[in-house]
Design a protein around this ligand. Sequence first.
Ligand code: HEC
Ligand code: HEC
Length: 296
Amino acid sequence: MSPEPTKTPTHSGSDAGGPGTTGHEWDGIQELNNPLPRWWLWIFYACIAFALVWMVLYPAWPTPGGNTKGTLGYSSRADVEQQMKDLEVARAAPLKGLEQMALADIPKNPAIMAAAVEGGRSAFKVHCIQCHGTGAAGGKGYPNLNDDDWIWGGSMEEIHATLVNGIRYHGNDNTRQSMMPAFGRDGLLTPAQIADVVEHVRAISRQEHNQAMAARGAQTFAEQCSSCHGLAGEGNKTFGAPRLSDGIWLYGGDRASLTATITNARAGVMPAWNERLSEATIRKLTAYVHSLGGGE
Ligand code: HEC
Ligand code: HEC
């Protein structure tokens, strides 16, 4: 090591005519004092100029009461608010009169129907998917709303009445009512009779079944079940008694599910929505559900 390392040329750049060194040195390695590249310097100055212009035109610096506003008066919040307002106006326009018009007329008016279905689709995501599923496909005990198989009816009026008053909902006098008897639990039928009627229900829903039992079960069905479900199991919307002959099941068509249904009965409950949702929202939901199921 030389006693004066900064003066010892270790790199050709620090020779006479080169950029020289900054005087920094570490373990014999020196830092050359090269000028900044010209292109880099110009971009750097351009950025500063851009920032200065920006600070004048747009909101930039925080101040105790908020921030500098900029001479253009731009605000991203006001921008969003304006966009929301525009959207609201655009959506409300086609829905004018939705609450006054006859329910059955809504699907006849394509512009109103389309806007209502769109609104209903968003409301459904908020209020209905917990029970009916995202695609309204339902699940055990919760009906699929996509098919054209209705327990309580799929016309605009019927769907509307179902939504407004709910199903077996305490606290609404007009709620959809009707209870299937618990044939086993209440001793109306013996387990053997129930086993027979299960076979009959499997027969009318065109599933594999025991013919002798089904024949006996047919008799019981005519006496005990047909008043609500119809002689051929076609169902009855006045009583909310599901069709049993279509292979679409709310609670399942296998022997164990059928036996449980007939022994203990079922009584699905849906809240009345008039307590929580506006008439306009219920009508949008009605239109949406109607559009899903093909609306009978
Ligand atoms: C707490 C669970 C629950 C929620 C939330 C719910 N439902 Fe239901 N819904 C049910 C049940 C259970 C039934 C079936 C009742 C029965 O067994 O008859 C039903 C039945 C229906 C029916 C009748 C179907 C038919 O075949 O006649 C419609 C229509 C319906 N729901 C629409 C909706 C809409 C629209 C929403 C959102 C506003 C909604 N439901 C929210 C539980 C729910
Ligand atoms: C007083 C009317 C009434 C009578 C009588 C009645 N049911 Fe029902 N049944 C209903 C109702 C209402 C439902 C729907 C319950 C629900 O949605 O939660 C139902 C549901 C069912 C289901 C479930 C269907 C599914 O999709 O999962 C089966 C199966 C059934 N009944 C069979 C019978 C049989 C068999 C008898 C005769 C032994 C009978 N019912 C008698 C009203 C009745």
